[in-house]
Design a protein around this ligand. Structure first.
Ligand code: NAD
Ligand code: ZN
Length: 384
């Protein structure tokens, strides 16, 4: 089968690799028809996070079931499914509580002895190949496939967002504790930040402010009724305080991660966290889904060592704020968000800028990594 493989920093190839196949009776084999490039792929693409040469990327996947293992009885050949990026077992202590991002069964303990959580296409998240390929093996397939409604094939560009970024954006607002009628500021108008804004609008926030410096991404935020804030035009914190009568937003979300820059292009891994503490009100809540992990060696970034950033805990404490962080437990939101899409209440495809054949992956990675104007979200189509 063909797959997008890592060939070194800022270099991916589309190559033939051995076919994915059923390896255990609980596996499901999916023929992938839509597979996104994600900001999380860029950590590895840029060579900041380790990834093996020849490894296959891709954790935002949708397709049609091609084969099922002998122990699979809920998912059937021919079903259209979205595949959560977390690989859970469904029966461990964490999965049972809905914390499928922290599964104890599928985790790779060679990363750290108490490791929890696994995903497709990451070096430190288990030996699971990604889905930017013709086929994907889905472990514990009955648990890890979300069945889609009859309009799945025509509306793939909406449903494929269920694999990661729509639930992740939603999760950011949950971690922040957003309630209807409250205001919220979101740092980052990349795909994840735009999904957080979409979630906040659906949940009934009174004001949704989105900070970035790329005009095309800010325009998309405006297109769904959010207030775009260009930090290239002055301090984002000051703009948020002005819009909230000097009080600050009720809630805030971090949707950038350790690759935060200032508007002049200088790296500032701690910038968004500190701006959040300043622009969220006393007693407000902060949700962090942008990635800050101890595994990221970031060799070219002296400001960021093994996940440590300088963070104003004093101001955070003084303001009595709360914080929630971490990977999204996609399963916990998947059915409800699928149903919001199928009834037309949610339309996460508004961020999609490109749908391209798998063979276009090297070019698409280059543009998405450079945040080139108009390259907001790319869906690769292996069958095209
Ligand atoms: P992206 O890189 O396309 O978007 C990030 C955006 O942040 C860009 O538009 C950039 O201009 C903007 N930005 C940079 N510095 C900024 C600053 N100081 N203030 C405001 N905006 C700034 O990536 P994405 O796909 O949207 O992903 C965002 C983050 O979410 C990444 O760290 C990714 O790994 C992470 N992520 C987490 C989860 C999870 O489960 N927690 C899931 C998916 C992605
Ligand atoms: Zn992703």
């Amino acid at each position: 089968m063909r797959a997008v493989v890592y060939n070194g920093p800022r270099d991916v190839l589309v190559q033939d690799v051995p076919d994915a196949r059923i390896e255990r009776p609980t596996d499901v084999l999916v023929r992938i028809t839509s597979t996104n490039i994600c900001g999380s792929d860029l950590h590895m693409y840029e060579g900041r996070t380790d990834f093996p040469r020849g490894g296959v990327f891709g954790h935002e996947n949708l397709g049609q079931v091609a084969e099922v293992g002998a122990a699979v009885d809920r998912v059937k050949v021919g079903d259209w499914v979205a595949i959560p990026f977390n690989i859970g077992c469904g029966f461990c202590k964490n999965c049972e509580r809905g914390l499928s991002a922290f599964c104890l069964t599928t985790a790779d303990r060679s990363v750290m002895p108490n490791m929890a959580g696994a995903a497709y296409g990451f070096a430190d998240m288990g030996p699971y190949r990604g889905g930017q390929a013709d086929l994907l093996r889905v472990p514990y397939g009955d648990y890890n496939c979300l069945k889609l409604p009859p309009d799945a094939e025509e509306r793939q560009s909406d449903y494929v967002m269920l694999a990661d970024i729509f639930p992740t954006g939603w999760h950011a607002t949950e971690l922040a504790g957003l309630r209807p009628g409250e205001s919220i500021v979101i740092y980052g108008a990349g795909p994840v930040g735009l999904m957080a804004a979409h979630a906040a609008m659906i949940k009934g926030a009174c004001m949704v402010m989105v900070v970035d410096r790329h005009p095309d991404r800010l325009r998309l935020a405006g297109s769904i009724g959010a207030l775009p804030i260009a930090d290239s035009k002055g301090s984002a914190v000051d703009q948020v305080l002005e819009l909230t009568n000097g009080i600050g937003a009720d809630r805030g979300c971090e949707c950038v991660g350790y690759q935060a820059h200032d508007p002049q292009g200088q790296e500032h891994p701690n910038m968004t966290m500190n701006d959040l503490v300043k622009s969220v009100k006393f007693t407000g809540g902060i949700g962090v889904v942008g990635v800050f992990t101890p595994q990221d060696p970031a060799p070219q970034d002296p400001l960021y060592k093994q996940g440590e950033i300088v963070f104003d805990h004093g101001l955070f404490w003084f303001k009595g704020q709360t914080i929630g962080v971490g990977q999204c437990n996609v399963k916990a939101y998947n059915r409800q968000l699928r149903d919001l899409i199928s009834t037309g209440r949610a339309k996460p495809s508004f961020i999609v800028s490109h749908e391209l054949p798998l063979g276009e992956a090297p070019n698409a990675y280059r543009h998405f990594d450079a945040r080139d104007e108009g390259w907001t979200k790319v869906i690769l189509k292996p069958a095209a």
